[in-house]
Design a protein around this ligand. Structure first.
Ligand code: A3P
Length: 297
């Protein structure tokens, strides 16, 4: 899908701007319905995140915990990326427990999984770092369309147009409401910043949630192997990216760039004082009824 001067395809569905994955380009509604109606197993684990919240990182930790072994999976998380796999029935052939993952908002998560009280791991990252990470992600893909200056990019992201997956505010508020009201679901939230600051403690919390009896030595090894530097290296050297290539001819190039900086607070290198004030007031307005407390540093 080279960009021959044509504007990039924009896929809009159910108040979301979607990435140009083949199944979404073909029929986004169909794929979202397939996800919603996915036949689930009781021990499935769904990793549900807003893009750029640390999905790859947590996916790798979850895979290691499910194996009770600090061993990288050869696959990348994309092989169980529900909105992007070429055919959703692919997941039927994967042995249990399946670490499924998606950026779809809560209302589109598999209904049966929610009714089963299945495990849902949600990663929350501060939205200033999310928008910086997303900006660089798009900037890596600028051959598909012009990326505006960071200031305009942010304003678009927070004030209306260009709301990837419906926007951070809507996505996180919907999750918060589901956690409060949905009696069936068993949502576990991990904050990117807590995982970064207290890695061992947070991995232990994840293990308890997953009912994995893991010893301290394995937890320490998982933390080490999933550190930014080591995971970045493993991604470049050990992973089979063939599933990623199926998502998009250029997807592998982005997959290698997912591991960009991996820090808390890179937003300070991108936001001016004025932009920060504007963002804070937008956050207050949007999240006035929310109990979500994000960590900016
Ligand atoms: P940055 O762009 O700020 O570096 P996702 O996997 O949801 O696309 O999120 C990608 C973000 O998670 C990127 O953020 C990436 O660097 C960061 N990330 C990936 N692995 C990480 C790790 N082991 N530790 C900390 N951050 C990590």
């Amino acid at each position: 899908m080279e960009n021959n001067g044509e504007p990039p395809a924009i896929i809009e569905f159910d108040d979301m701007i979607l990435p140009p994955f083949p199944p979404l380009l073909e029929d986004a509604k169909k794929r979202f319905q397939e996800m919603r109606n996915l036949e689930c197993r009781k021990d499935d684990v769904i990793l549900a995140t807003y893009p750029k919240s640390g999905t790859h990182w947590v996916w790798e930790i979850v895979c290691m915990l499910l194996k009770n072994k600090a061993e990288y999976s050869k696959e990348t998380k994309e092989f169980l990326f529900l909105e992007a796999v070429p055919d959703i029935s692919i997941v039927d052939n994967v042995s249990s427990p399946r670490p499924l993952n998606t950026h779809a908002p809560y209302r589109w998560l598999p209904k049966q999984h929610i009714e089963n009280g299945g495990k849902i791991i949600h990663v929350l990252r501060n939205p200033k770092d999310v928008v910086v990470s997303l900006y660089h992600h798009f900037d890596n893909a600028k051959e598909f369309g012009e990326v505006p200056y960071f200031k305009t990019f942010c304003e678009n992201m927070y004030n209306g147009s260009g709301q990837v997956m419906g926007g951070w505010f809507a996505y996180e508020k919907e999750f918060e409401q589901a956690e409060a009201n949905d009696t069936c679901s068993a949502i576990f939230t991990v904050q990117y910043e807590s995982l970064k600051k207290n890695t061992i403690q947070e991995i232990n919390r994840l293990a308890r949630y997953l009912d994995v009896d893991v010893n301290d030595e394995v937890v320490t090894e998982i933390a080490d192997k999933c550190s930014f530097k080591k995971l970045k290296e493993a991604n470049a050297t050990l992973k089979d990216h063939s599933n990623v290539s199926k998502l998009h001819p250029k997807a592998e190039q982005f997959a290698l760039k997912v591991y960009r900086k991996g820090e808390i607070g890179d937003w300070k290198n991108h936001f001016t004082v004025a932009m920060n004030e504007q963002f804070d007031s937008k956050f207050q307005e949007e999240m006035k009824d929310s109990k979500i407390r994000v960590q900016y540093e």
